[in-house]
Design a protein around this ligand. Structure first.
Ligand code: ARG
Length: 589
């Protein structure tokens, strides 16, 4: 269905045409002066020169055409030539009814099936998830959901770092501690045990120990590199250990991503595309794209129009080893073959911007990907502490992701118990987990991705202001009014929206009507913060309306049913939006 601005502009264009002017002048925008009008059109000013007429005269003629318009209750010419507009209550009501009747409130799917791959999460196997992994997971999940809502086939891929030195380090430390393990016996030909020779807790201790040792001891580091090489060469015992590390680590990652309500369709990683590397590199050499530079194999990716230095994309290091960019290139190639995507969206720290610029250019230049496939990198900023510096634990360490989640949930629990003495601790805890997730995700997503923000538990968990709990509180309020209405014998199914009777009711309806415009922008710009800004405005509009309006106490039954219908629609829109952000609302809080 048409977006509200399109629908209104259509009426305005007709009026311009009927008054004898070019209909293209009839573009309507939101008002710059909300005190005077809801929408405005500046077409008369734009047309003045062309028609050699004072803008106010043109505006007056157009306004005349709109006197009996079903769309506008007011269309006034104002000096020097604006058209100040107010929507008719009937038109607005009809528009919302259509939104409600349509699937996805009228947001239209693309004409033909299109596929988007969202590459997000990006954890490194064997290392615990930390604060640095929060944003990719939260923003990526939301972008994936928004694209799905927009009617695309969307595949979310976690793209793990599962092929690097960290795997060799763990094996080296294991070998020091338990050299007798069968994995290290070169002449062993039997089956390896199904059970891993370590637990997740041990692994999380082994990795930092090994990493520290390798920094202090060159011989240890040499061993770790050799072990990494052995995994990559496919030495049986090493591969079996690699599988164990993967299983233990992935099980734990799933548990934490689950807490974040983040779900991946593909659990691929750097290891997934190893089988493609040799041929890909060969192809780049044969095609004349790759050349040697200081012993390394590189592809030049700078372009004449560049205003900054873009270094060549390195394909192989001088020792012949593949790099991060090599696996990313092979991954692009694999995705093209397997899924034929129309676009790929990567969500990482913005400090990786140059890496993706090089990889994207290289993929196009070497024809791994056609011109028609869009490659997008969404780079996010840093999570800071309240002091504006990267967020650290009290002792200066990197905070673990799981701990951040627990801290927020605990604070939420404290706040809920404080305000709801009637609630059992058990119920409060369940609710705190739901609201805590909203606090965490909204706290992150309400910021433009590229900007840094400060992780402020106290602010994020507040029931007031631009926060997740405030949004949920509003939804819960609506749910409880609707429940009361039903308890008193009302049914929600056959209530009908009716035209607004108060300014606050109209303001609420106008916010709802903006949904499609907002969604299109959130999708095309990969911008979940637009969904946040929208629901914050919508929640405010609802709460203003709620404070000024009798709902349950309304005596006129027909009027009451109309108000209830508006509540139902408001709740549906809010719940749809929070689902797109990746969290949900409890029934009470
Ligand atoms: N593992 C990488 C890191 O820790 C992130 C992976 C992002 N995705 C990608 N296709 N490169 O930085």
């Amino acid at each position: 269905m048409k977006k509200i601005l399109e629908a209104i502009s259509e009426e305005m264009k007709k009026a311009f045409a009927d008054a004898g002017y070019d209909e293209e002048l009839g573009k309507v925008t939101l008002s710059n002066r909300p005190d005077l009008c809801e929408y405005q059109c500046n077409g008369a000013m734009a047309g003045a020169k062309r028609y050699h007429k004072a803008p106010i005269a043109i505006a007056g003629e157009v306004a005349e055409q709109l006197k009996d318009s079903p769309v506008f209750s007011q269309a006034e010419a104002a000096a020097p030539g604006f058209l100040n507009l107010k929507l008719s209550d009937d038109f607005l009501c009809t528009y919302l009814k259509e939104m409600q009747a349509c699937d996805k409130f009228g947001m239209e799917a693309p004409d033909k099936e299109k596929t988007i791959i969202v590459d997000y999460g990006g954890p490194n196997v064997a290392k615990p998830l930390h604060v640095g992994h929060l944003r990719s997971a939260v923003i990526g999940e939301s972008i994936k959901r928004i694209a799905r809502f927009a009617g695309f086939r969307v595949i979310g891929d976690i793209h793990m770092g599962d092929w690097g030195l960290q795997m060799g380090l763990i094996i080296t430390e294991l070998q020091e501690r338990k050299p007798e393990l069968v994995y290290f016996q070169e002449d062993y030909t039997g089956e390896y045990p199904k059970e891993p020779p370590f637990t997740i807790t041990e692994m999380e201790e082994i990795y930092p120990t090994a990493s520290r040792k390798s920094k202090e001891d060159p011989v240890y580091k040499e061993k770790a590199m050799e072990n990494t090489f052995k995994i990559q060469q496919g030495v049986r015992g090493h591969r079996a250990l690699w599988e164990h590390i993967m299983n233990v680590s992935v099980t734990d990652m799933k548990r934490i991503y689950d807490k974040l309500n983040v779900e991946f369709d593909l659990w691929n990683g750097e290891s997934t595309v190893q089988y493609l590397l040799a041929d890909m590199v060969e192809g780049m050499k044969k095609g004349g794209y790759a050349h040697e530079s200081e012993g390394a194999l590189v592809v030049d990716v700078k372009e004449e129009s560049d205003t900054r230095e873009i270094p060549p994309c390195i394909i192989l290091k001088s020792d012949g080893a593949a790099l991060y960019s090599t696996t990313d290139l092979a991954t692009i190639s694999e995705r093209v073959t397997k899924y034929d995507p129309d676009s790929m969206i990567y969500i990482t720290d913005k400090r990786q911007a140059m890496h993706f610029e090089q990889v994207f250019r290289c993929a196009r230049k070497t024809k791994l990907i056609g011109e028609d496939v869009k490659l997008v990198h969404i780079g996010f900023g840093t999570v800071n502490g309240k002091d504006g510096k990267p967020f650290k634990t009290r002792d200066g360490g990197v905070p673990k992701l799981e701990k951040l989640i627990t801290d927020i949930d605990e604070e939420m629990l404290r706040k809920i118990l404080e305000s709801r003495q009637d609630m059992s601790e058990e119920e409060a805890r369940k609710i705190a987990d739901i609201v805590g997730l909203a606090a965490l995700k909204y706290g992150d997503l309400s910021n433009q991705a590229a900007k840094d923000y400060s992780f402020d538990i106290d602010r994020f968990t507040s029931f007031e202001g631009d926060t997740g709990p405030y949004i949920l509180y509003t939804i819960v309020r609506i749910k409880s009014i609707l429940a009361k209405y039903q308890e008193q014998g009302g049914t929600l199914e056959n209530t009908q929206l009716s035209p607004a009777v108060s300014p606050d009711e109209k303001a609420l309806m106008m916010e709802i009507a903006k949904f499609n415009t907002m969604m299109e922008a959130a999708f095309t710009e990969c911008a979940p913060h637009k969904v946040c800004a929208y629901i914050y405005d919508l929640a405010n509009a609802f709460n203003r309306f709620y404070h000024e309006t009798k709902i349950i106490a309304e005596e006129d039954e027909a009027k009451k049913a109309g108000l209830i219908a508006l509540l139902v629609l408001t709740r549906e829109v809010l719940e749809t939006c929070i689902d797109l952000l990746g969290f949900s609302a409890p029934d009470r809080m």
